[in-house]
Design a protein around this ligand. Structure first.
Ligand code: PHE
Length: 439
């Protein structure tokens, strides 16, 4: 049985890159790289993306296409037994991801408003930093903007406008990349910026720690939307003659390019303005307004930047919410609208501790982490890689003959043994070693 297909190969690549490119690249990558020593982190991140990341991206796509079903059902149809639990685990994981992703999405919406009023712009990063801290600490506005981001996401999911979004992304995604290039040009020409470039591209191996490698691995999963079955459901809509290997390469390149560009945009400015590169989740929000303040028509650039960032965040958040909603529809026969409202309400409740993590609940910690940090750590660094191990074993061992014939029917290639080697051995071992070492 065939499902509705993407209009074109480009449509599929755009949709999958839309899921990948989002807050992960532009908000998370710069601050995690900043915190973890810059260049050495970049190296570890690229190494994770272009080994385990790219192989698992392909594995998820092939599983999805072979089964023609989304994650939980795909595992059941292809093998059954306990495997559908891999799908259920992934639904739980993306549920938690959405709970804290909405908080950051809310910050973006608020910064669109603050750019329009001009309040977001400022020359002094000390002032920008305290304004940001004050803003995220306020419980009422945090909850309000979190709910707003969730509301917009669910409106897209229910509004049947996905096709429209796909069309808009053909224009808006390139626009985001071009805007980043302009902002990089400004960032790089600030006095003192090269210090930041050096920090970002020269690996300092004394900063090579296992905690850093776990972060790099986690960010590779997060930024490619991997290990949560999302790409499995996307793959189920691809027709049989789309070359999946080519699509995989494109998506990984676009996603990494977005992250690397964000690094070149934020980190040089961090050094030019004397911000601490380890300042944490506010890094992009503190430095970008200082860059805009140094540009003619700064306010217009600020509005454009946060609007495009919101669009990128929405194409990702829609891809997070959609599989949760489909799960309830497919597994429990719920009606779509009901599934969407219940999902949204549940995500909002789960997002409350994350939204309050920078204010009233800043001191409420578990394992030394606030709710926000814990949700991020547990999903990116544990659940996604765990999901990745399951996908790798599933594709590399459990249903390998099926995967193999799917790849051969697509023209095959000399890389197939390498691909199997990564799935069957390297990915599980590498993730296992990184975890154990970190303990
Ligand atoms: N990859 C998205 C981003 O970088 C986030 C995401 C995570 C999307 C998990 C889907 C699933 O913003």
């Amino acid at each position: 049985m065939s499902r509705a297909n993407w209009g074109s190969r480009l449509g599929f690549i755009l949709a999958a890159s839309g899921s990948a490119v989002g807050l992960g690249a532009i908000w998370k990558f710069p601050y995690v790289a900043g915190k973890n020593g810059g260049g050495v982190f970049l190296l570890a991140y690229l190494a994770c993306v272009f080994t385990v990341g790219i192989a698992l991206l392909l594995a998820e796509m092939v599983i999805g296409r072979a089964a023609n079903r989304s994650a939980t059902t795909a595992f059941r149809d292809l093998k059954g037994g306990l495997w559908p639990w891999a799908g259920r685990l992934s639904v739980l994981c993306i549920f938690i991801v959405m709970a804290y992703y909405s908080v950051v999405g809310g910050w973006v919406i608020a910064y669109i408003g603050k750019s329009i009023t001009g309040e977001a712009l400022g020359h002094s990063t000390t002032e920008l930093s305290s304004a940001f801290s004050k803003f995220i600490a306020d419980p009422a506005s945090s909850l309000f903007y979190t709910a707003l981001f969730l509301g917009v996401t669910v409106a897209v999911v229910l509004g049947g406008v996905q096709k429209g979004i796909e069309r808009m992304s053909k224009v808006l995604m390139p626009a985001l990349f071009i805007l980043m290039l302009v902002l990089i040009a400004r960032s790089l020409t600030l006095p003192g910026a090269w210090e930041g470039v050096r920090y970002f591209i020269t690996p300092d191996f004394s900063k090579l720690t296992s905690a850093m490698v776990v972060d790099a691995l986690g960010l590779a999963f997060f930024s490619l939307s991997l290990g949560m079955g999302i790409i499995i459901s996307y793959g189920s809509y691809v027709d049989k003659d789309t070359n999946l290997a080519g699509a995989t390469l494109w998506i990984s390149i676009l996603a990494t390019l977005a992250s690397v560009l964000a690094g070149f945009m934020v980190l040089p400015a961090v050094f030019a303005f004397g911000v601490d590169p380890a300042a944490g989740p506010g890094l992009t929000f503190i430095t970008m307004p200082a860059i805009f303040a140094q540009m003619p028509f700064g306010q217009a650039w600020a509005i454009a930047f946060f609007l495009l960032l919101l669009f990128a965040a929405l194409t990702s958040s829609v891809s997070i919410v959609e599989p949760i909603v489909s799960y309830f529809i497919d597994e429990f026969g719920w009606e779509r609208r009901r599934a969407a409202y219940i999902t949204t309400a549940a995500v909002f409740i789960a997002s409350i501790p994350a939204a309050l993590s920078f204010g009233p609940m800043a001191e409420t910690k578990l394992f030394g982490k606030t709710a926000f940090d814990l949700m991020d750590y547990a999903t990116s660094n544990i659940m996604m890689p765990a999901g990745g191990i399951l996908v790798a074993i599933f594709a590399g061992w459990i249903i390998w003959p099926r995967i193999h014939s799917e790849l051969l029917s697509n023209g095959g290639g000399r890389w197939i043994p390498a691909f199997r080697g990564i799935c069957a051995v390297i990915a599980p071992v590498m993730i296992g070693v990184i975890w154990v070492h970190n303990l």
